[in-house]
Design a protein around this ligand. Structure first.
Ligand code: DAT
Ligand code: MG
Length: 136
């Protein structure tokens, strides 16, 4: 059964630097997803620590946080039918070599950390992440 969902997307600093913002938004919009909210700027350490709490202690964690603060990023809440899985498919696998060629990472990523976009991985993650970035 399809469900209306919200998910959290981040267009990461590497993609902003490469001026891919418009192109990436177009991919999500053309798919039919709706932009519910957005926020642009250099992410705070507090938000990033909360967002990436599951990865704390891993070998790539410090590098990940410094990359995510290396420039502005665009954080968005998107909604639509099965939005969480739809965005994960559009984004492609975490490892760029495994990402399908037509996916965002398949087309634009050549690095496992600097991998262009983030998408929530489950309804629980989506709710948690949206609350972190869009405190109402
Ligand atoms: P995803 O972003 O596909 O949900 P994740 O949650 O496993 O992937 O990891 C979060 C981010 O951390 C990922 O986008 C890039 C970085 N990362 C993950 N695994 C990594 C690794 N083995 N080496 C370096 N960076 C990694
Ligand atoms: Mg993840």
């Amino acid at each position: 059964m399809s469900q209306m969902e919200q998910t959290l997307v981040i267009i990461k600093p590497d993609a902003v630097k490469r001026q891919l913002v418009g192109e990436l938004i177009q991919i999500y919009e053309k798919k039919g997803l709706i932009i519910e909210d957005m926020s642009y700027g250099i992410a705070s350490l507090e938000a990033l620590e909360a967002h990436y709490a599951e990865h704390k202690g891993k070998s790539f964690y410090d590098n990940l946080l410094s990359f995510m603060q290396s420039g502005p990023s665009l954080v968005m809440a998107l909604s639509g039918k099965d939005a969480i899985q739809v965005v994960r498919k559009l984004n492609g696998a975490t490892q760029f070599l495994e990402a399908e060629c037509g996916s965002i990472r398949g087309q634009y990523a050549l690095d496992v950390t600097q991998n262009v976009v983030h998408g929530s991985d489950s309804p629980e993650s989506a709710a948690r992440e949206i609350a972190i970035w869009f405190k109402s």
